[in-house]
Write a protein that binds this ligand. Structure first.
Ligand SMILES: [Zn+2]
Length: 349
């Protein structure tokens, strides 16, 4: 991605368990199936924690649903792979929804041209994909969370026990399901260890070189977590994973000289670049009615949003996200591929 760092955003998310939460360790144990919470050694103790990768996965799938609701066929399906040999020609999908962005770029890199005897004309040579081309052609979810071709813009740390919060773990009875009858299998009762309700965790969220609508996605996740609308971990359909989260402040930093920005304006990557590169918008900014607290530290201009200014930041950046998705255009290259395919496909196959 960009070699310079133009803007960044940081905040700490406090996650409060509102019911039992289980994030499985992923390690098989002697005592039975893997039904114990993940732990790590911290301050000399084995402490439960919420892995950042799990949180990121939950947040991403939540946002994918929101984006699909706002506009159909804009976000990719990260689990679908292209298969150039298949009958249904997934490789030449006309929209993101049919295939993962990461895999789409893999194919473009690998020079796989033949698709059911149809010549792929758009990329006759192995394509040397620039970072800009990958970013431009990635769906909104991959632009923020990343794909196998792009590292993404957001980093979510593991969530450790908050200062002063006690570790509370409880045992629950899990019941194995008989695969034949669908009922409870005899003797298949197993121990389920979960993190109890009333435990606080803290995760650090870091966003860099962001467009304002991407900040809007994070603010929407925060809002939905505050409302208790996002469950985390395993057994969500069985009532586990209920959490509520809060943030107290968000800091948005600009690096180097930014000319012409007033204190109540938040500038995204598009406005800072100013040339529409990377598929960004030159009007990538929002104005907040209540200005944040501003200070200069070294070559960083730091703006801190809390209370009223944070409310404005949330509301306005979420609005920006909604309008960005509703007006999201399929990149020209994708349209071109599709036209080529239609023409060839009509004559050959
Ligand atoms: Zn994608």
């Amino acid at each position: 991605m960009l070699k310079q760092l133009l803007n960044e955003c940081r905040f700490t998310l406090t996650i409060h368990t509102a019911g039992p939460v289980l994030i499985k360790s992923g390690h098989p144990t002697v005592s039975g199936p893997d039904m114990t919470p993940v732990r790590t050694y911290r301050n000399g103790n084995a402490e439960v924690y919420l892995p950042g990768s799990s949180l990121k996965g939950v947040f991403r799938s939540h946002i994918e649903k929101v984006i699909r609701t706002l506009k159909d066929e804009v976000v990719c399906n990260p689990f679908v792979k292209t298969n150039p040999n298949s009958e249904n020609d997934q490789l030449v999908c006309p929209n993101y929804a049919d295939v993962s962005c990461g895999d789409k770029f893999e194919v473009r890199r690998k020079e796989q041209l033949e698709v059911s005897q149809v010549q792929w004309r758009r990329y006759p040579k192995k394509e040397d994909l620039s970072n800009e081309a990958v970013y431009l052609d990635s769906c909104p979810a991959c632009r923020l969370f990343g794909s196998t071709s792009f590292i993404g813009r957001v980093a979510i740390s593991d969530a450790y026990l908050a200062e002063g919060s006690q570790q509370k773990v409880e045992q629950r009875d899990g019941v194995g399901i008989d695969r034949l009858t669908g009922g409870a299998a005899s003797g298949a009762k197993f121990d389920l260890k979960v993190v109890s309700s009333g435990v606080d965790f803290e995760a650090d969220i870091y966003l860099r070189n962001f467009e304002v609508w991407q900040l809007g996605i994070l603010m929407l996740i925060v809002s939905d977590l505050e409302e208790g609308l996002i469950r985390i971990g395993s057994g969500r359909s069985r009532g586990l994973g209920s959490v509520k989260a809060t943030i107290s402040e968000v800091s948005v930093n600009y690096l180097g000289a930014v000319n012409g920005r007033s204190d109540n304006e938040v500038w995204g990557l598009g406005k800072l670049l100013g040339d529409g590169s990377y598929g960004t918008d030159t009007d990538d900014e929002v104005t907040v009615e209540q200005a944040p607290i501003t200070e200069t530290r070294g070559f960083r201009k730091i703006t801190t949003f809390s209370e009223e200014s944070l409310k404005c930041l949330k509301q306005n950046s979420i609005e920006r996200f909604v309008s960005k998705i509703q007006s999201w255009e399929m990149p020209e290259t994708m349209q071109f591929e599709y036209m080529e395919f239609r023409r060839d496909g009509g004559t050959n196959g």
